[in-house]
Design a protein around this ligand. Structure first.
Ligand SMILES: *Cc1c(COP(=O)(O)O)cnc(C)c1O
Length: 470
């Protein structure tokens, strides 16, 4: 399998060559040259596979420069009952016949990002050791991604994590999750400022090519191809768990922000998994809902981004969206270049009335948005009707999923976080606290390890240099 750029300006590369990179050198996103097709007979056989076996079957089709025995070791090390709470890894909870929740949040940080990030931790360590290299991961987080990355990389050889967070501005639970880690390769840097200040520092450091090369600086953001493909696995797992017969249609509802999770569903569908609809749910930040309803993609300005009670979906643009548009335009990089020139110049593009808009329905996407009141209502409804508590992000997915579902087709709603992570909103809806898993009880009282600094890129650089032998 070779990898290309959505903008056409990168010579074909192998998986391990693109693994540690962010954007392609031409500013595009890295994509595989095709999606391998999986027939129904293969799917039938895959029913018997465990999660790590299924992950291996899917990943080996995209990774052909790591020997299969090594890849098997990596999936077996990653997807354990120890890390994910059960041997099923992503169990399905049936609310009623035809309505299911896919539990993706039983990993170390209680959110779905663990499923890909834990694999990335093992994969990075393996690939770095083989190449005799070290990697210093620099990131900015307002909560979820940072903790998923830290829990994936803690204790890994050849890897250090420098994670910037807005000091004093995360929930006590999120703060404790990150700052209580005592591993010597994890560095929490609390910035006196807001999330944007943290992100600006990451950009400033990354733009210093000399520093970046000298200290082997890398990132693990949501455009990382290995993360995206590792997420395709649980669509297969869920389908095989609930489809009455292989070949029957199943729909998925996905709480969406940067379009990574649902794009993995698109990949599964392109590979031949019989997905009927991919139901995309946004909160008040509805840039993606607007596109799938109207054909108009309009990036929001910073001031237009709403702070909501499902904060992990508060985005102004969707970083993985370019990968979908590449497929939509028939994989013609010139069209992607043309459309992203409009994004950069005019803040977006409008496909309504064009041939591309007529192509869109064949990809199975439908969409909707929800408000804070909708989330509260769904949390109450699901609790009252099924005795189950869901978090606010999952509630976005359920709300839109129930609205858009075809009653004849089973619906799987992806649970992207446990309610314990967003206890305040659950308390508001139900006047009670969600259950906290045993490993996290009392976490707020553990000693914390954080370096607090002003929003100053040079200070962050010195901090990194001092810890990387420079
Ligand atoms: C990251 C995240 C999302 C959004 O996923 P994307 O892949 O960015 O679309 C939704 N819910 C939770 C809880 C998340 O952490």
């Amino acid at each position: 399998m070779r990898y290309l750029s959505t903008r056409g300006g990168m010579p074909p590369k192998q998986f391990c060559e693109i693994l540690l990179e962010g954007l392609a050198p031409d500013g595009g996103l890295v994509v595989p040259e095709h999606y391998p097709r999986i027939g129904l007979a293969d799917l039938e056989q895959w029913r018997a596979l465990t999660y790590p076996q299924l992950a291996l079957e899917i990943l080996r089709r995209y990774v052909d420069d790591i020997p299969i025995a090594e890849l098997r070791t990596l999936t077996e090390r990653t997807y354990t009952a120890d890390a994910f709470g059960s041997t099923e890894i992503t169990p399905v909870r049936t609310l009623e016949p035809g309505l299911h929740i896919l539990q993706l949040s039983n990993g170390p940080t209680l959110a779905f990002k663990d499923l890909a990030m834990q694999f990335l931790g093992h994969l990075f360590e393996h690939v770095l050791a083989r190449a005799g290299r070290n990697l210093n991961i620099l990131g900015a987080t307002s909560g979820d991604t940072g903790s998923a990355a830290e829990y994936a990389m803690r204790g890994k050889h050849g890897i250090r994590v420098f994670m910037l967070s807005p000091y004093g501005r995360m929930s006590p639970f999120q703060t404790a999750q990150m700052y209580s880690l005592q591993d010597p390769n994890i560095f929490n840097i609390g910035i006196r400022g807001v999330f944007d200040d943290c992100q600006d520092i990451v950009k400033a450091v990354s733009n210093d090519a000399g520093f970046k090369a000298r200290y082997g600086i890398g990132t693990v953001n949501s455009i990382n191809w290995a993360r995206v493909i590792a997420q395709a696995v649980y669509y297969f797992k869920a389908y095989l768990a609930i489809a009455p017969r292989v070949g029957d249609p199943v729909s998925f509802a996905v709480p969406s922000g940067n379009f990574g999770n649902i794009f993995a569903g698109h990949i599964a569908r392109q590979m031949g998994l019989p997905i009927h609809r991919l139901i995309l749910a946004t909160n008040e930040n509805d840039v993606l809902d607007e596109f799938f309803r109207t054909g108009c993609y309009r990036v929001r300005r910073g001031a237009e981004v709403h702070q909501t009670s499902s904060p992990s979906m508060d985005i102004s643009k969707a970083s993985n969206f370019e990968r979908f548009v590449y497929d939509l335009v028939g994989r013609d990089p010139r069209e992607v270049v043309r459309l992203w020139a409009l994004v950069d110049g005019a803040g977006g593009f409008d496909l309504s009335g064009t041939e591309l808009a007529r192509q869109l329905p064949q990809y199975g996407f439908v969409s909707g948005a929800s408000s804070h009141a909708d989330r509260m209502e769904i949390i109450r409804h699901v609790h009252r009707t099924y005795g189950v508590i869901v978090d606010t992000h999952t509630a976005d997915g359920l709300k839109v999923g129930l609205e858009c579902r075809d009653p004849a087709v089973p619906l799987v709603c992806l649970e992207t976080a446990l309610p314990a992570k967003f206890a305040g909103a659950v308390r508001e809806a139900l006047s009670r606290d969600p259950e906290v898993p045993p490993t996290f009880r009392g976490i707020e009282r553990l000693p914390q390890r954080v370096e607090v600094m002003d929003a100053d890129a040079d200070a962050v650089k010195s901090f990194i240099a001092a810890r990387c032998g420079g």
